[in-house]
Design a protein around this ligand. Structure first.
Ligand code: FNR
Length: 387
């Protein structure tokens, strides 16, 4: 088997292992996939200016995020359904992240529950991503569970007022809860490693694979319809809800999916501890601007007030450094750890994170930078770059 030398190698291996529907759910964007292309194009166009002959021998990626020390300015982003990429996938991601010394953000839409993840990864630094459900009593109960599981940061996803239009998932038959159909059965049979190693095991233990935090009634096709409205994403949430959340949640609070200075200021004014500048990995609205293009102005407006994180489109260590150079204090990665998880479970997730850290370290050495802070001001926009 050829060696896995970069993230794209992992992606191609994952494409062979996962059924097409699941692979596309992870890999693709939305509608015509312009946001996906745009976020990559902006990152590709940015260059980083080195300082040569600095004489530095030592480098360190260590940093502080939300006042806590961690090994690198990196966070494993919340991704729904990691538990059907690999059996108990979310626990594996938590352990992999913990071993490399960075936080893992659990999604509201994870397959594995927060309690099970905590049990399997007692030392992990866990964050929790919140989608506010239509039934606020259920949402409040979920928040209590999250606090009890020792999550120190809540990440409110603000960019998903309605379910996005992912046409390819309608074409390829991918659905959650997992629904057997001729197409999904053939897809599964063609990917036996996944079928037996993930789907069958998950099903045998927990029943039909679905979102673990949803009420149990959601698993049964008989009672699902009655529950569906309760756990529908509440598209009516507004800044007043964020203020209420701020009062209720005593830990750190980030607002994810910010792309304008105006919204960043609103988050700061309401008492959020930070924001994530993100286009949801190009998976939601196809005409969104690229986070890399929006980040400098937002970071400038927030400087010294709240933490600014960024994500979307990271495929190389240099992409992380570019976001840092544009003003992010830390960067989230979503798809990359999932490729690692698909190819090698927990060890695969850890390996791809270490690969990314290695690429970051090498690039820092070549840039003459000793620590992430020294990246500031080194990003040149396309017009100013030397061709
Ligand atoms: C996501 N993302 C996401 N975000 C969120 O707030 N809640 C969620 O449940 C999910 N689910 C999800 C599933 C999958 C399969 C992917 C790939 C992404 C978005 C995620 O947190 C992050 O913003 C992007 O993944 C970042 O882009 P990259 O690193 O994947 O390019």
């Amino acid at each position: 088997m050829p060696a896995l030398l970069n993230a794209d190698d992992y992606r191609l291996r994952a494409r062979r292992i996962l059924p097409r529907g699941l692979f596309e759910y992870i890999d693709r964007g939305t509608e015509d996939e312009k946001a996906l292309l745009r976020q990559r194009a902006s990152l590709d166009a940015i260059t980083l200016t080195p300082s040569v002959l600095t004489g530095h021998r030592e480098r360190s990626l260590a940093t502080r995020i939300l006042d806590q020390h961690q090994a690198a300015p990196l966070v494993v982003a919340p991704t729904a359904l990691a538990g059907i990429v690999s059996h108990d996938g979310e626990t594996k991601l938590a352990r992999a992240a913990s071993r490399v010394g960075i936080p893992f953000c659990v999604s509201t839409q994870s397959v594995t529950t927060i309690e099970t993840i905590r049990k399997g990864a007692p030392d992990a630094r866990l964050w929790f991503q919140l989608y506010v459900w239509h039934d606020r009593t259920l949402t409040d109960a979920l928040l209590d569970r999250v606090a009890a599981a020792g999550c120190d940061c809540l990440v409110l996803t603000a960019d998903t007022a309605v379910a996005p239009n992912r046409e390819y998932n309608r074409r390829n038959g991918f659905s959650v809860p997992y629904q057997p159909s001729l197409r999904s059965a053939v897809d599964g049979i063609l990917h036996p490693r996944w079928l037996l190693g993930v789907l069958a095991r998950t099903w045998m233990r927990d029943g039909v694979p679905t979102y673990g935090h949803y009420p149990d009634a959601y698993r049964s096709s008989v009672t699902r319809l009655a529950m569906a409205d309760a756990v529908r994403l509440d598209g009516s949430i507004d800044w007043n809800d964020v203020a209420r959340l701020r009062e209720r949640w005593t830990g750190r609070l980030l607002v994810k999916g910010i792309l304008s200075v105006e919204d960043a200021r609103k988050a700061a004014a309401i008492g959020a501890d930070g924001i994530v500048v993100s286009s949801h990995g190009g998976r939601n609205l196809d005409c969104l601007p690229s986070p890399a293009d929006c980040l400098p102005a937002i970071a400038k407006a927030c400087a010294g007030q709240i933490a600014v994180l960024a994500d979307s489109g990271v495929r190389r260590g240099t992409d992380v450094l570019k976001y840092l150079a544009l003003g992010a204090g830390a960067v989230q990665v979503g798809r990359l750890p999932l490729w690692g998880l698909a190819t090698g479970g927990e060890a695969g997730a850890e390996a791809i994170l270490r690969l990314l850290l290695q690429e970051m370290d090498t690039a820092m050495g070549l840039l003459g930078v000793r620590e992430p802070r020294e990246l500031e001001g080194r990003a040149a926009p396309p017009a100013a770059s030397h061709r």
